[in-house]
Design a binder for this molecule. Structure first.
Ligand code: 13P
Length: 340
């Protein structure tokens, strides 16, 4: 396979009308999702579920890349094709979650730091050979009384900088993902302030790490009121504040910002992205890299039954299509009920 330059991989991932499907749930996370539909998280159920998602006919019209979990990279579709190869054959770029999860930050109550850098250079080599062309690393930033601290932010930014440098050295586009969590009763102003601090620290660190921003994507949260806030901001305010924080902190060289859904409903996630693209143009593409907000309807329709696979695939196709419309600000809520 000819080596692709980082810029063209990044451009493909944020191509017009397309976004990323995050299907990189770790073992505990997929177990949580499967418990919700009352099925066991066995290796075969996980394989069958990812098979369903990736073999959805036409999904490549709206999905540019899929983030895989380590186990999935080594699994195959029912016809025996390894998953990364299956995606590639549909023109979808396979990528890999390489972090080892967010762990408690020592001596810092309530704060997390993401682990997984040790031995990463070697693991990246294997992932590259399997066809993966981008990496993802998620940092978790909790909002609470006196947190995040400067130390917490710095620890996470440092790890993201090292991840991005190692990824580019190995031929991968890094997707750097600082997620300011929605949990809590905080205001949208507080979310804005914390997101701005985190992104500022991140881009400072990427620069010090000599990372090429033109071959990097940012995956981040939208600026939202806390889930338990007494008053929650509406769609227009969320869109405006999110674009504002990006303009304040994200260099123009970044080809795209791909949002996580982070516990928003699928309709909210689509409506927010749509509104941001309506108030464009922006220096970067604004796209999606949703996990729950793309998969929830498919998971509900599937319920672990092979007789429901077609209905689940229809649900995924429909959700992906609506998010594709949100890429150009042309989504409307009437489209929710239109036939897939
Ligand atoms: P959600 O869209 O469900 O937040 O997942 C995206 C993701 O990749 C989290 O790391």
């Amino acid at each position: 396979m000819p080596a692709q330059d980082l810029q063209s991989i990044a451009a493909a991932l944020v191509a017009e009308g397309k976004g990323i499907l995050a299907a990189d749930e770790s073992f505990p996370t997929i177990e949580k999702r499967f418990t919700g539909i009352d099925i066991e998280s066995s290796e075969e159920n996980r394989r069958a579920y990812r098979d369903l998602l990736f073999t959805t006919e036409g999904v490549e019209e709206f999905i540019s890349g899929v983030i895989l979990f380590d186990e999935t990279v080594h699994q195959s579709a029912s016809d025996g094709t390894p998953f990364p190869q299956l995606l590639e054959s549909k023109g979808i770029v396979p990528g890999i979650k390489v972090d080892g999860g967010a762990k408690d930050l020592a001596l810092h109550d309530g704060e997390k730091v993401t682990e997984g850098l040790d031995g990463l250079r070697g693991r990246l080599k294997e992932y590259y050979e399997k066809g993966n062309r981008f990496t993802k690393w998620r940092a978790v930033i909790n909002i609470g009384d006196n947190i995040p601290t400067e130390y917490g932010i710095k620890a996470n930014a440092d790890a993201l900088g090292r991840l991005a440098a190692l990824s580019q050295e190995g031929g991968f586009v890094p997707i750097v993902e600082p997620e300011v969590m929605m949990d809590g009763g905080h205001s949208i102003d507080r979310c804005y302030e914390v997101t701005a601090r985190m992104l500022d620290a991140l881009f400072g660190e990427l620069k010090r790490a000599s990372v090429d921003l033109t071959g990097t994507l940012l995956k981040t949260n939208m600026v939202l009121s806390g889930v338990d806030a007494s008053e929650r901001a509406g769609v227009e305010e969320v869109a405006r504040r999110t674009v504002d924080v990006l303009k304040e902190t994200v260099p123009d060289e970044i080809p795209g910002v791909v949002f996580l859904s982070g516990g928003q409903t699928d309709e909210q996630s689509t409506a927010h992205l749509n509104e941001m693209n309506k108030i464009g143009p922006h220096p970067w593409e604004l796209s999606f890299s949703y996990g729950r907000a793309l998969q929830a309807p498919a998971l509900d329709a599937w319920k672990g039954e092979s007789s429901n696979v077609e209905a689940a695939q229809k649900a995924l196709y429909h959700r992906a299509k609506l998010n594709s419309a949100a890429r150009s600000g042309s989504y409307t809520s009437d489209m929710e009920n239109a036939a897939a």
